[in-house]
Design a protein around this ligand. Structure first.
Ligand code: CMC
Length: 375
């Protein structure tokens, strides 16, 4: 790339240095602070990964215990925000609800919003409270009682409880925990970049997360997993996968859950979620989604040589866990908030206003025409 050359979508532009997350797109590896996602998904918990992303090292038993207790103690919402959620139309877009509630929360928690190193308190508060927001909204629209933030539940168990209102099995909690770990960070994706741009103006953490939620809402970033589930509805049974997928490809339609800007091989998160889709499906006696997705994978690979990304199997895991489709992207946010806030904290430590330039391609010498003379 030569100086002055426009790099559309900032593709391949190295915008900053970071110690948080490394994506090896050629090898299909994802690393958080030096640790491979496959090891973290197998052996750690979401709380452990949150500690790793915020502090740059794995916690001791004591530190992990403290963080678990702290997150559990920060789950309740202030009454005015609860009232806003109860006034929200049941048909509201769940990402709009999340964005509005985080923005409203800042009005009642000014101390937590301050930019700087102390933002770690705000990071933990937002991580703890996003599931409560979703629980109030979702249960409210169904006419059910609000979620009860039991301090004994892990973060994954709390999310399932806040949304479903029922106790989850060990396997369900582990499945949710793995999904949260896999979504916690992904380098300079669009929403994280948006959060860092906001923080780079020395704006506050809640504003940065509000920007990030608005950015994640777009279907090219969050939301592909919902569309994958719609595709499965359309296909119905595995033998129909070939016909439906080929017909979409012939119309130059994109098949959601495939392809990636950075991974040139299979997204490692897809590999792990495929196995969880099978495991939870088997436990629930419902391998329909898994079987359908395997068929779709085969056709897309043969026809286009494309590999699955994180979104191919995540929707099936969430559906099997009883999460409604419109909460898939808010759930993504409930995990990615850890990455967003870790990046904002890093930005505050090495602050440089993010302000690229544009190559102007419009005219420069037009003569002003008075209003009354314009026809
Ligand atoms: N279905 C069909 N064709 C595809 C797809 C797809 N999902 N993805 C890429 N292609 C084709 C595309 O049509 C193009 O072909 P051609 O050169 O013949 O025009 C070629 O592959 C390159 O596409 P591109 O748009 O230049 O590639 P990109 O790196 O900009 O695309 C992407 C990345 C994720 C936007 C794209 O793969 C896509 O639209 N995928 C579907 C949406 C999706 O699953 N999104 C979730 C991404 S993972 C989220 C995360 O990591 O946080």
């Amino acid at each position: 790339m030569s100086a002055g050359e426009v790099q559309r979508g900032l593709e391949d532009v190295v915008a900053l240095e970071s110690q948080i997350c490394f994506i090896d797109g050629a090898q299909g590896r994802l690393i958080y602070h030096g640790y491979d996602i496959r090891e973290l998904a197998e052996h750690s918990t979401f709380e452990e990964v949150a500690y790793l992303l915020w502090y740059g090292r794995l916690p001791t038993t004591h530190q992990l215990d403290e963080l678990r207790k702290r997150l559990a103690s920060l789950r309740a919402l202030p009454d005015p925000v609860v009232r806003i959620l109860h006034e929200t139309p049941p048909s509201a877009n769940a990402m709009d609800v999340l964005r509005t509630a985080v923005s409203a929360l800042a009005l009642f928690e000014p101390a937590e919003t301050q930019p700087g190193a102390s933002s770690i308190g705000g990071a933990q508060r937002l991580t703890a409270v996003l599931p409560t927001i979703l629980g109030h909204f979702h249960r409210g629209r169904l006419g059910l009682s609000p979620p009860d933030p039991s301090p004994d539940l892990s973060h994954a168990a709390w999310i399932l409880n806040a949304i479903r209102g029922t106790e989850a099995s060990e396997l369900e909690v582990k499945g949710m925990d793995v999904a949260l770990i896999l979504h916690a960070d992904h380098e300079l994706n669009a929403s994280t970049f948006a959060a860092r741009v906001t923080a780079s103006t020395l704006s506050d953490l809640y504003s940065a997360v509000t920007s990030a939620i608005g950015t994640l809402k777009g279907p090219l970033h969050g939301g592909a997993n919902e569309r994958v589930m719609e595709l499965l509805d359309e296909i119905g049974t595995p033998p129909r996968a070939e016909e439906v997928v080929k017909s979409k490809l012939s119309r130059h339609e994109r098949i959601m859950g495939f392809g990636h800007r950075v991974y040139k091989v299979e997204d490692p998160r897809a590999t792990i979620l495929r196995e969880w889709s099978r495991r939870i499906g088997q436990a629930k006696g419902n391998l329909k989604f898994y079987d359908l997705l395997r068929s779709v994978e085969q056709v897309v690979h043969t026809e286009k040589g494309l590999y699955p990304n994180v979104d191919l199997y995540s929707g099936s895991v969430y559906t099997l866990l009883g999460i409604p489709r419109d909460l898939f992207t808010p759930l993504f946010a409930s995990s990615r908030v850890v990455g967003w806030t870790a990046h904002v904290l890093e930005e505050y430590q090495d602050l440089r206003l993010i302000r690229p330039t544009a190559r102007y391609v419009g005219p420069t010498d037009l003569a002003y025409v008075p209003l009354e003379k314009r026809g």
